[in-house]
Design a protein around this ligand. Structure first.
Ligand code: GRF
Length: 194
């Protein structure tokens, strides 16, 4: 699969995906990083990995449709078939959704539908739950609402802080995301042969 990763921040999940491709445990062609934050650390990771990055700010567009049309055009130029969201802090709108049906996935640090949106880990701690986790799901028009592909539980102990929980969830994300994508992509190629 020709893949674009969308990210806004540190990009540790982006890095895990790149590492998995390099280790041949994930068979994917990550050809583009789309980033909406010009100072995001993920840009440096892409540069080091020799992956093209495309930085785009919604401020330079009249509305979300124009912003997303430009992204779609850039994706098409590079024959992108699949979009992987990895800490991309924007809701994907109808313009991108229409062009990539069932071909956009996201990873979220909670057991959805619990704690959608920002600071899922803070929300979980605030709520006092003893189990949270991570969810990998298809993206639809809502916020963290699409069909769930995979979930993993992570325990929260009384001595845990936001930081320790985040670390534990992220470590699990870095293992699960490449594995789940590999499974998705290999199923796809089986279907294509049939
Ligand atoms: C991850 O925890 C992911 O679940 C959430 O955003 C975070 C991104 O972290 N959607 P990173 O930029 O991959 O380090």
């Amino acid at each position: 699969k020709k893949v674009a990763v969308f990210a806004s921040g540190s990009g540790s999940n982006f890095q895990a995906l790149v590492d998995a491709v390099n280790a041949s445990t994930l068979e994917a062609d990550i050809r583009l990083l789309v980033c909406d934050q010009p100072t995001a650390a993920v840009l440096e990771r892409a540069q080091k990995a020799n992956i093209e990055s495309y930085c785009i700010s919604p401020k330079n567009f009249t509305d979300k449709t124009a912003f997303e049309k430009e992204i779609v055009q850039q994706l098409k130029l590079r024959d992108i078939e699949f979009i992987v969201l990895a800490g991309y802090m924007r809701i994907i709108g109808s313009t991108i959704l229409k062009e990539f049906p069932e071909s956009i996935v996201n990873i979220h640090p909670s057991l959805l539908p619990a704690f959608p949106g920002k600071d899922a880990i803070g929300q979980a701690i605030e709520a006092g739950v003893q189990v949270s986790g991570l969810t990998i799901h298809y993206v639809d028009a809502g916020m963290d609402t699409g069909p769930i592909i995979f979930q993993k539980e992570i325990k929260i102990q009384s001595e845990d802080t936001r930081d320790t929980v985040q670390k534990r969830i992220q470590q699990a994300e870095h293992i699960s995301y490449p594995e789940v994508l590999q499974e998705l992509f290999s199923k796809d190629s089986v279907n294509a042969v049939r």
